[in-house]
Design a protein around this ligand. Sequence first.
Ligand SMILES: [Zn+2]
Length: 191
Amino acid sequence: MSEKAKETEENFSFKCPICSEGILKITHSLYDLPDKEKMLILKFECNKCDFNKNDIIPVETQMKPGIMTLKIVDEQDLKSKIYRAPTGRIEIPELELVVEPGRSAKFYYTNVEGILFRFEEAISIYRNNLEVNDPQIQGIDQLLDDLKKAMCGELQFTLKITDRLGGSYVIPQRKENYTFEELSNEGIDTD
Ligand SMILES: [Zn+2]
């Protein structure tokens, strides 16, 4: 593990916006990333209902626009941390899965497993809305099967994040499985 997390817990008397009975507990964690980037993670948790929320704030934005390519060889690589900004495009070419960047996209901080889980969830919802005899079902079931294997580290794949504005970040578990290709900010098509 190359990043160091310092956790501090502080109690503020913020009333929970959801149940308006509980008190929100706020936890700060400051992560030092390998190239001196710092990220502040704020966790909000209610002590009455199950409301919880994470906010991630890059403290010093030295993040560069580029293409991040992470090879997932086994379970260890699944623990690599991913910080995805709304400007980041996520792709798993072997499974033909893509999440396009967009204004409605959320910031999130997760690991590779978390991304696979999000894909599985979205695909399962899509599948459950199809008719039982829909010809797409066979292919979708195959994909869900591959995702399960990927989640157990039984399927090797590539996770590619392209971020032309430089807001996304990967913290690889093994540096040898990670490459970063810097993109220049000039000549960006804004179509
Ligand atoms: Zn609450």
